[in-house]
Design a protein around this ligand. Structure first.
Ligand code: HT7
Ligand code: ZN
Length: 886
């Protein structure tokens, strides 16, 4: 396979102005008539027309109504000697029911769906399948009425009616020009929750959420999330809904979370369906952000799209930023906002930081790819969002809103680049650090790798001053041996040893005010001297995680305890606890003499107790502080990783917290167990989360003591629970503590929810992701794959079993006998033949193999090589495993 390079971009040789598509939908043989008007791009030297296609059966090609001569070059249909403007008619067929890749037109539970991003449209018809070719679409769908009563496509329904032989049709016109990746159709037996709304600007809209008949009672939250999204985008950024009708449709077979097709968003059911009996608080919150995310794409993605796929973060980074802001703005108070920020940073650090340090590391705007589907990554999405966030930090919230307004004014209806975006934000804010530093700031787009920021503080009693030095560096990444300094906004505060916030006054300034100050670092090394300090302060650096960097500061334990007890910045307060826990874990991992029995010291345990019993702190925040860093995150801090040791130490820490804080967990549980009538708001979901973690620790303590009181109470809670969050937390407490009662609870859970696919996914995932005890998880996973409810073809189900084990359970995957790796390679190969995108994601599970200690390292490498050696591998999986080995 050949690599596509960003620097090779050239404008298309032809433009497509209009597309008229007519579909005769049939699962085994769908006929597609594609009538287009094209014209030569006068700015490009004449060349043949090359249309992309993939797995299509071509029947006919007409140019201006006449049979045309054409040739096939690989997957492209090539036509020479064309007039400057012409009509092209192409007739093809495809087989949706055999489409297990779920790209292009496919069938899920007797319903037709499409997925065209990034390059799926070419599986529907021959086309210039690239995002800078934008056309006006008219779509006619024809199908049997009884089997496919609902026929949907983008835009407005302009005509519909019956046809002979029990068939019917619907004709849709999209009022906006769009790239092919935003095309969509849906046809099947569906029902809709509908809501008419009037936007702030007075325009009326019809919102619809389409699902299968039995699921209508699970659509209220998605609809409310959609309404909130419409109102928020108009209120915060002045971006109104531009369509009369906006539709969401849910499918249970989907490679990703959802897709922002213009006016017809297609969603994985996981991000639509929820009621209190079947969905957890986390599900409710994910639905809110994914519905928001897809809706916000209507502007950041659809109205202004990407010139080429290297610019993917232009829409994805910006839209993740927008959905994060949306969820934060829906929070009632600062504490709930901080909780959301901590959760977002946790995702970045446990998933994106490893990516940035591994073989798939790439800049936010990549330079090359083999398969674009592999670049829908946490770097493009989450790090891309952090880059946008730093822009907001540098220009301020109002300045950023001005920048967004200018961006959409300048580029509405265009396909543009990340440079265009950054330029608009800077141009709208000419007197800011961003405008001044723009070329350097844009290194965040071009340089991969997570920068390290080493900070060092020296207090001088004589001058009552404190000098903070920063040195930034960034490790080499594939294809980038050296890096230039980044622009790093560092939010900083200073605390006294008693936890009071001190004035921040830089040398040369007349006065200082207590609170957060943003320092903008630009050089490899930099120093700041703060004055007017009677004693050495405790620096609170990188408040609210103001830049996606690794901060190295040699905090003493006492300083961290001060920050944990008092930092007014909730992010750094939480971070102090994480640093202390990490320190204890690394100490125990590196010193076998400690044997991992009691890795935590008394001061840490006391600090955790203080948090747990704190009268003012919110439950959600307490739960975050009491959650230890994950095994993956701990492993990232080590040069050489023994995953079994990491697992053992973390389990020992959990057990120690369970026993040492037993009475405190009891109190936390009793105080938070009852949250009244179910609502998924941040306060009550925070209380359920704290009750849940308390229950887990009470069951863990019971494991050590042999006392069955709490496991018994947990089983009762599982049976009596009035909502899925409480029920699932109780089940999870029994499973994760390895208690014998787990088996009966699991059996009952399956019995109750056997007809709820998304709940059965939870049932599988909980078991495959459970803490490994003596190598018991792999045999269980193999057994789960034989369960009648298991199907590897359904991505959600494959993820719930195979990914929960391979990608989310390091203590169970990394076995000294290498059986976990053999299982992984078998599954990658098996999935690759069915669905290469899903296979390639699974292939990423061993990205960090080179950090492993022996015997894991050699065995993991061997397993990757085994996959790479397959001659029939997809481009997707091939790219991932060859990069892993290089
Ligand atoms: N923009 C969407 C990307 C997407 C996708 C990409 C590749 C293969 C399947 C896919 N389904 C959706 C999702 C989003 O970021 O909103
Ligand atoms: Zn997106």
């Amino acid at each position: 396979p050949i690599a596509i390079r960003r620097e090779d971009y050239s404008a298309p040789a032809y433009w497509i102005d209009t597309v008229e598509l007519t579909f005769d939908l049939d699962p085994a043989k769908t006929r597609v008539l594609n009538r287009m008007r094209l014209r030569r791009n006068p700015e490009v030297a004449p060349e043949p027309l090359r249309l992309d296609g993939d797995e299509l059966n071509l029947a006919r090609v007409l140019v201006d109504g006449q049979g045309a001569s054409f040739r096939m070059e690989a997957d492209q249909l090539v036509i020479d000697s064309l007039p400057d403007a012409f009509e092209l008619e192409i007739f093809t067929t495809c087989c949706p029911v055999k489409n297990t890749k779920l790209m292009g037109l496919f069938v899920s539970e007797d319903t037709f769906f499409t997925q065209c991003e990034a390059e799926g449209f070419r599986r529907i018809t021959y086309f210039l399948d690239r995002p800078d070719v934008m056309a006006s679409y008219t779509v006619t769908l024809r199908a049997t009425k009884a089997a496919y009563p609902v026929l949907l496509s983008n835009g407005n329904l302009v005509e519909h009616g019956d046809l002979p032989e029990g068939r019917h049709f619907a004709k849709w016109v999209d009022p906006f020009r769009k790239p092919s990746y935003l095309f969509a159709l849906v046809a099947g037996k569906l029902v809709a929750r509908e809501q008419h709304i009037k936007a702030r600007n007075g325009r009326e809209h019809l919102l619809q959420v389409y699902v299968r008949a039995g699921d209508l009672d699970k659509t209220e939250h998605a609809m409310n999330s959609l309404i909130n999204s419409v109102l928020w985008d108009e209120a915060r950024f002045g971006l109104p809904l531009d369509l009369d009708r906006f539709m969401i449709v849910a499918t249970s077979d989907f490679n990703m979370g959802a897709m922002e097709n213009k006016g017809l968003n297609i969603f994985n059911t996981k991000y639509v369906l929820a009621n209190q009996a079947t969905a957890t608080d986390a599900d409710y919150s994910n639905i809110e952000s994914v519905v928001g995310h897809e809706y916000f794409h209507n502007w950041s993605g659809d109205r202004v799209t990407c010139r080429d796929w290297f610019q993917l973060s232009l829409k994805e980074g910006l839209t993740v930023f927008r959905d994060q802001e949306f969820s934060q703005d829906l929070c009632a108070d600062a504490s709930a906002r901080a909780v959301k920020r901590i959760e977002d940073v946790r995702v970045l650090r446990t998933a994106q930081f490893p990516e940035d340090a591994g073989p798939m590391a790439h800049p936010v705007r990549p330079d090359s790819y083999i398969e674009i589907s592999n670049f829908y990554t946490v770097t493009i999405y989450e790090k891309g969002a952090e880059v946008v966030r730093m822009m907001q930090t540098l220009v301020g919230r109002k300045g950023f809103e001005r920048g967004i307004t200018l961006y959409f004014e300048r580029h509405d209806g265009q396909a543009v680049t990340c440079d265009d975006f950054a330029q608009a934000i800077a141009d709208a804010n000419p007197d800011t650090e961003l405008a001044r530093l723009l070329p350097q700031f844009k290194r965040w787009y071009s340089q991969a790798g997570t920068p390290r920021l080493a900070a060092h503080g020296v207090y001088d009693a004589a001058s009552r001053s404190y000098t903070l030095s920063f040195v930034q560096s960034c490790p080499p990444t594939p294809g980038q041996a050296t890096k230039d300094p980044f622009v790093i906004p560092v939010n900083l505060g200073l605390l006294g040893a008693d936890g009071r916030e001190l004035p921040v006054q830089l040398e040369g300034e007349a006065e200082g005010t207590p609170g957060t100050r943003t320092l903008v670092l630009t050089r490899a090394g930099e120093q700041y001297t703060f004055i007017g300090l009677d004693a050495e302060p405790v620096p609170s650096i990188l408040r609210s995680f103001s830049a996606p960097v690794i901060l190295d500061y040699a905090y003493s334990d006492a300083q961290l305890l001060t920050l944990l007890a008092s930092d007014p910045d909730p992010f750094n307060r939480w971070e102090a606890g994480q640093r202390l826990a990490l320190r204890a874990a690394i100490r125990a991992i590196n010193e076998p003499a400690l044997a991992g029995e009691q890795p935590l010291d008394e001061a840490f345990v006391d600090a955790m107790r203080s948090v747990l019993r704190h009268p003012q702190l919110d439950a959600a925040f307490k739960e975050l502080v009491l959650t230890l860093p994950s095994e993956t995150y701990i492993a990232e801090q080590l040069d050489v990783v023994d995953p079994q040791r990491v697992h053992a130490v973390r389990e020992a820490m959990r057990a120690q917290l369970a026993t040492a804080l037993f009475a405190d967990w009891e109190q936390a549980y009793e105080q938070n167990r009852d949250t009244g009538a179910y609502t998924p708001d941040p306060v009550s979901s925070g209380r359920r989360a704290l009750a849940g973690i308390a229950l887990t620790h009470l069951c863990l303590a019971a494991r050590a003591s042999g006392d069955n009181v709490w496991p018994g109470k947990t089983l009762q809670r599982f049976k009596d629970a009035g909502n899925m969050t409480d029920r699932f937390n109780a089940l999870s407490a029994l499973v994760s503590s390895g208690h014998a009662l787990a088996a009966q609870a699991l059996a009952r859970f399956h019995e109750i929810f056997k007809n709820e696919a998304l709940v059965i996914d939870k049932w599988f995932s909980l078991q495959a992701g459970a803490p490994d005890r003596g190598g018991d998880i792999l045999p269980l996973v193999k057994q789960l794959m034989k369960h009648p409810d298991f199907s590897i073809k359904n991505p959600n189900r494959a993820r719930s079993v195979i990914f929960s084990y391979c990608s989310a359970n390091p203590g169970a995957l990394h076995r000294p006998d290498a059986a976990g790796y053999v299982f992984w390679s078998d599954r990658v190969i098996e999935l690759d033949a069915i669905n290469p995108q899903v296979a390639a994601r699974l292939a990423r599970a061993l990205d960090r193999w080179s950090k492993l200690a022996e015997p894991y390292r050699s065995a993991a490498r061997e397993a990757i090589a085994r996959v790479a050696a397959r001659p029939d591998l997809s481009k997707d999986t091939h790219e991932v495993v060859t990069r892993a080995l290089s």
